[in-house]
Design a protein around this ligand. Sequence first.
Ligand code: ZN
Length: 87
Amino acid sequence: MKLIILFVIIAAIVLLVLLYSLLSRRRHSNVVSLHKKKKLKDANGQTCSRCKKLQPLTFYANDAGIVRGLCKECKRTAEKHEELYPV
Ligand SMILES: [Zn+2]
């Protein structure tokens, strides 16, 4: 009789460990997928400070020290009005 109780306890512990490892693995995969999403967003570039289009940007600071990410076209336009310093 004692053996059966011991067996049940061990089985319960094994089940709990399995359940926990399954849950933690699922949580881990969530972290990975979020990381992938972030990488994808980075690869697509950020939106331009001027035209708000999703394009590869270069960051510039003006005389006032304000840093903006500008696409090539907007950089050309902005250059005419103010001095831009690459960051
Ligand atoms: Zn732009």
